[in-house]
Design a protein around this ligand. Structure first.
Ligand SMILES: CC(C)(COP(=O)(O)OP(=O)(O)OC[C@H]1O[C@@H](n2cnc3c(N)ncnc32)[C@H](O)[C@@H]1OP(=O)(O)O)[C@@H](O)C(=O)NCCC(=O)NCCS
Length: 212
């Protein structure tokens, strides 16, 4: 089965590095805006060049959660045989009891502790740590260096910014953005931008507002 990375930006390059480090061949990036280019000798193809008549491995490597969700939905419709691959760097630690859905990216040095659970298409970026019993909904991403204490629950499409820390047992709702460097010591509602130490909601956000 051929494997493609959807998105040839910075995150796409990271995913290529992960798959290659894990010994998996990458057959191409898919990115209409960069069609004809290449990264590390791997060609960038247009979306119309993605052959969907046979099973094909895909990782959607787009950082913004809501954009990743839209692309995954489009791909599921266009390529029903697409297999969304989990890209896990060999230096990441994923506990034996952790459960992962599909299409997740777990970067170098990341940790997912015992009885952790990831939905589908999450990103646990470089060096991010989710201690025991954390649960991440679909399309959640943890930026580099995030630390979640035990039993943290984060609902779908929420982004936790660079180096933020979340103490044990906290619940963060869906479509939220937690600012870089925040210290989250209590529950945060969905649909807000929140930051600071202690972290507080500062405004509501529409679910497709940009944040990166
Ligand atoms: C939270 C965030 C989305 C807010 O973005 P924004 O709404 O555009 O905010 P602005 O840049 O307009 O800043 C508004 C105010 O909030 C403050 N602020 C913004 N982010 C902050 C943060 N993370 N912690 C503390 N204060 C913050 C700014 O200093 C500014 O204060 P001022 O009004 O006193 O000057 C953004 O700052 C952030 O942290 N994004 C995450 C980035 C990240 O993790 N990148 C990693 C990529 S791998």
């Amino acid at each position: 089965m051929k494997t493609y990375i959807f998105g040839a930006g910075g995150h796409g390059k990271v995913v290529c590095d992960i798959l290659e480090a894990a010994g998996q061949r990458v057959d191409g990036f898919i990115d209409d805006a960069k069609r004809g280019a290449s990264h590390f000798g791997v060609p960038v193809l247009g979306e119309d060049q993605l052959e969907c008549s046979a099973p094909v491995g895909v990782v959607v490597a787009v950082g913004a959660n809501h954009v990743r969700a839209r692309i995954a939905e489009r791909l599921r419709a266009r390529c029903p045989q697409a297999v969304f691959v989990n890209a896990i760097h060999p230096t990441a630690h994923v506990a034996r009891s952790a459960r992962l859905g599909v299409g997740n990216v777990v970067c170098a040095g990341a940790i997912i502790g015992p009885d952790g659970a990831l939905g589908d298409h999450c990103v646990v970026n470089t060096g991010a740590q989710a201690d025991h019993d954390c649960a991440l909904g679909d399309f959640v991403s943890l930026a580099p260096g995030v630390i979640l204490g035990g039993g943290v629950t984060i609902s779908e499409l929420t982004y936790v910014g660079l180096g933020a820390r979340v103490i044990h047992g906290v619940k963060i709702g869906a479509h939220a953005v937690i600012g870089a460097g925040s210290t989250v010591v209590g529950d945060i509602d969905g649909g807000v931008v929140a930051y600071g130490s202690p972290c507080r909601a500062v405004r509501v956000r529409a679910m497709d507002d940009g944040y990166l």
